[in-house]
Design a protein. Structure first.
Length: 186
């Protein structure tokens, strides 16, 4: 009888220890903070650019745009894309329907009908040349001059060479088609 109680006690003790260790192993560890794109306002990007010239990347989006949200959740969350954008661009998020007044280089831009449904802000319309499509990405050089607008959702593997094309200045030496053909991921 003593032997049975001893075996039962040892079994329960061992099972309890095993269960506790098992639960400890399964419990989620503290979330590791992943690097994110350092988004800023266009005014902040212009101010930083005046101090330390760098190209500006502008993500023109709307709150109702599903492809914009997908771009944020996938491509703009890819660690390779995040690191490259943060290293080579001042990154701007511009809500194309914002009601905020934005002043750049002495020019005021407003949303002419901020309470209206899907009313476009003047700055978004200017940057996109009136071709309103979301998401759209505007690339500005170190002097805040527009290089180009790229439109639509893109997966990381399609987006990465575009980032490199402008950041490295390859657009000054060769066509996009030639660059794209010779593109090799670093």
């Amino acid at each position: 009888m003593k032997r049975s109680i001893l075996l039962l006690t040892l079994t329960l003790l061992f099972a309890g220890t095993f269960t506790a260790l098992s639960q400890e192993a399964e419990s989620p560890s503290p979330a590791v903070e992943t690097e994110k794109v350092k988004w800023m306002s266009i005014q902040e990007a212009y101010a930083l650019q005046a101090q330390s010239p760098k190209k500006i990347f502008i993500d023109v989006y709307t709150n109702w745009c599903g492809w914009c949200k997908r771009m944020d959740a996938s491509t703009f969350s890819d660690p390779t894309i995040v690191r490259y954008m943060n290293a080579h661009y001042y990154n701007v998020k511009l809500d194309a329907e914002t009601s905020k007044e934005i002043t750049l280089a002495g020019q005021k831009y407003v949303n002419p009908n901020p309470e209206g449904r899907r009313s476009t802000h003047q700055l978004a319309a200017t940057l996109l040349g009136g071709q309103m499509s979301y998401p759209s990405y505007v690339f500005l050089d170190e002097k805040s001059e527009k290089l180009t607008v790229v439109k639509g959702y893109m997966q990381s593997d399609a987006f990465e060479p575009i980032l490199h094309f402008f950041a490295t200045g390859a657009y000054l030496k060769e066509s996009w088609e030639a660059y794209q053909q010779g593109w090799k991921k670093e």
